[in-house]
Design a binder for this molecule. Sequence first.
Ligand code: GDD
Ligand code: MN
Length: 368
Amino acid sequence: MSAPDLTIVVPTFKERDNVEELIRRVTAALGGVSWEMVFVDDDSPDGTADLVFAISRGDPRIRAIRRIGRRGLSSACIEGICSSSAPYIAVMDADLQHDEGILPRMLDALKASGTDLAIGSRYVEGGSTGTMPGLRAKMSRFATWIGSSWLGVGTTDPMSGFFMFRREFFYEVVRDLSGKGFKILLDLIASAKREVKFIDVPYDMRARERGDSKLSAMVLWEYLLLLCEKSFGNFVPVRFIFFVMMGLLGALLHLAVLTSLFYRAGVPFIPAQSAAVIVAMTANFFFNNYFTYADRRLKGANILRGITIFYLTCAVGAAINLMVATYLYHRGILVPFAGLLGAAVGAIWNYTLSTQYAWRQSGPRAAG
Ligand code: GDD
Ligand code: MN
């Protein structure tokens, strides 16, 4: 058996019922090409990886990587790609929504010219989103639109999960990939330091017949984070910006609670202020848990541990804030500046410790 020319990387999570049909279709589509398929499975409870391993006993072109304690479409693709020695690599979903029929055309396009990337596109003339439900299609179009207008990505389908590229191109950009969320293609293009030569190849996206889509509001949120990170993440960590925004939201809530308790309910100032602190800090924790640390969201008993650390962190942060501001005030700095600088130092303290301890990263580290 000769070394493959083309590796097809297939990220999977709970796709057991689609694996065999996918292999059958790819095999039929790629006559004459020497290929291999690498399934990167995040330890799916339905035993997807076991099935692929069983198939690979009889067909060495089929391989699997089983990742433990990890989730994520992009990082799965990156690892599958890194396991390949083939000059051409494709990424394709397992759920049969992508038309394997265009694989040979993508390969030819890459071989014939200096093209870096061939993109399966639903939006170019001749392609379509098929039977995608109305709202999904709208969301997808919207995300596509911000992807292309914000980052100036020229392809007609920057959200595509179906594409092929030269191995060298991947190694040009891999160290800058964020590896988060679903948007590996956008990430690849946005991370390149030069103009990427790509070609859009139209196809009709099919409906998913078995298993469920894992695309969720969370995935769209991660997509937005990716766009932010690519736009200004080099200057300030995007997470810090969110942390500060959630802090400002907390401050508004604090004011609302304080004034309504004090003015409307007639609660004396000190208990009213104390209640406002507790409400704001608690709300802040949950805002951060939901948005700022969406990728490390604490659940169940971990919330208790996280919130305790968060309270302690913020208490110390407030003390530091007070100390810095008082010091500056005594050195003759104008009151608003002394106050703001104190708050800034407090925020950096809170952010650093929260990231490090309250929402510490667990398990083997994900790419990015
Ligand atoms: N390893 C791994 N880990 N695989 C995953 C994970 C994960 O956490 N989440 C999803 N997958 C796999 C699925 O098993 C499937 O093979 C593929 O990634 C796509 O997942 P779907 O859940 O079917 O996504 P989709 O159809 O909603 O989204 C597709 O279309 C989008 C454009 O509308 C994907 O191709 C996206 O990349 C694409 O942007
Ligand atoms: Mn799908």
